[in-house]
Design a protein around this ligand. Structure first.
Ligand code: NDP
Ligand code: MG
Length: 382
């Protein structure tokens, strides 16, 4: 039995992770959970799982919950997440918060020699070099939860014999849209992802293909591949979750129905595979047609920008990630148009002066600096 803590247990990944543990309760003991503002849901989770420790975003919510639940210690804020990450009794930490708040708890848990199931891609985009080096030094496994990276992880037996990584993308809701239609795209259209039901920030990133760009950077760090050896292929059916090409020309792909339960479960039960929540076999005949296309870098310039940021290195990915996230929030708040997300991110990126070989403190301060600048640009309508 593994003792597990989940950061972001009220989110899309977090709730699906709990569904996984519900289905195979003999495999897991839930020790700690964390929420942001969703106090209704975390209350239900406390009642159901009786965790020892819970973190929420604000002190007021923590005080409220502590009065109600006397058997669970309730903490709050960034320190609350770090308290969970520092727990000695856990075997694995699932980092499923969204955004930059995933970074520090991941580092704490690695220093504490705990394996990480990593959904939070921002952690690797911002500080992949540091995190992967630290994991190696501490002999800690970073188990990917992102479906593409889980696929690659499952296909990649011998790193030295693999030539290319092939990351698939559904193409998002605007795959067949014209540039003019994208100029007019509203929030409902951007949030209507054809294949996956995810949190709002990542769903918008999937519409600009920035999500795929972040995943390229994530793959570069996780598997130690040069950017030129990472290919993106649009595959609207989302059955092939990604693939690796070996030096002899063999391509091994991981295939299945689109479901986050499978990669979440694989990260949590690794190295074992057990029967879990997804029981319906993938039906090749029913699937019938698998299509693949070249990504349109002109229509989706965010993808090209992410390759560029990754190749330049230093704090360029930090800048791109922070500017993009602020722009996405502004779009979600109705302040800017869909196509402004890229325009703003690009402007901030072009004017950015990076730090090479940054430390964690540099990364945090650069992230904040870029966010402030981006928010100013948005407030002043660029
Ligand atoms: P959601 O928005 O659904 O969930 C985010 C979680 O983080 C919630 O539990 C939320 O709490 C919590 N949270 C957000 N901000 C804070 C904060 N400041 N302090 C404490 N907790 C906070 O996101 P997803 O589950 O979709 O994504 C989570 C991560 O996983 C992201 O990094 C994403 O890129 C990655 N990912 C997601 C996939 C998916 O299918 N959803 C696939 C691959 C990767 P609350 O809701 O209570 O406020
Ligand atoms: Mg993904």
């Amino acid at each position: 039995m593994k003792k597990i803590a989940i950061l972001g247990s009220t989110g899309s990944i977090g709730t699906q992770a709990l569904e996984v543990t519900d289905k195979i309760p003999e495999e897991f003991e839930v020790i700690a959970l964390s929420a942001g503002n969703n106090i209704g849901l975390i209350s239900k989770q406390i009642e159901k799982y009786n965790p020892k420790l819970v973190s929420v975003k604000t002190k007021e919510d923590a005080d409220f919950l502590q009065k109600k639940y006397l058997n669970t210690r309730i903490v709050f804020g960034e320190d609350g997440l770090l308290t969970i990450a520092g727990l000695n009794e856990i075997d694995i930490l699932l980092v499923a918060v969204s955004g930059k708040i995933g970074l520090k708890p991941t580092i704490t848990a690695i220093n504490n020699k705990k394996d990480i199931a990593l959904a939070n891609k921002e952690t690797l985009v911002m500080a992949g070099d540091i995190v992967m080096k630290l994991a190696k030094e501490n002999n800690v496994k970073i188990l990917p939860v992102d479906s593409e990276h889980s696929a690659i992880f499952q296909c990649l037996n011998k790193r030295s014999e693999v030539k290319h990584l092939i990351i698939t993308s559904s193409g998002g809701p605007f795959r067949t849209a014209t540039k003019e239609e994208m100029e007019k795209a509203d929030l409902t259209q951007a949030l209507a992802h054809p294949r996956w039901n995810m949190g709002r920030k990542i769903t918008v990133d999937s519409a600009t293909l920035m999500n795929k760009g972040l995943e390229v950077i994530e793959a570069h760090h996780l598997f130690d591949f040069n950017y030129d050896d990472i290919k993106v292929v649009v595959h609207p059916q989302s059955y092939v979750h990604s693939a690796v090409e070996y030096v002899d020309g063999s391509i091994i792909a991981q295939i299945g129905n689109p479901s986050m339960h499978i990669p979440i479960q694989y990260a949590l039960t690794y190295p074992e595979r057990v029967e879990g929540i997804e029981t319906e076999s993938f039906d090749f005949v029913k699937a019938a047609k698998l299509e693949f296309y070249e990504p349109d870098f002109e229509k989706f310039p965010s993808l090209a920008l992410a390759f560029e940021a990754g190749k330049r290195g230093g704090t360029y990915p930090v800048c791109m990630n922070a500017a993009n996230e602020e722009a996405v929030f502004a779009f979600l708040g109705g302040k800017i148009k869909f196509t402004d997300i890229y325009k703003i991110t690009k402007k901030v990126f072009d004017e950015y002066e990076p730090i090479q070989n940054p430390q964690i403190d540099d990364i945090i301060s650069e992230d904040e600096k870029v966010r402030e600048k981006t928010r100013k640009l948005i407030a002043n309508k660029i």
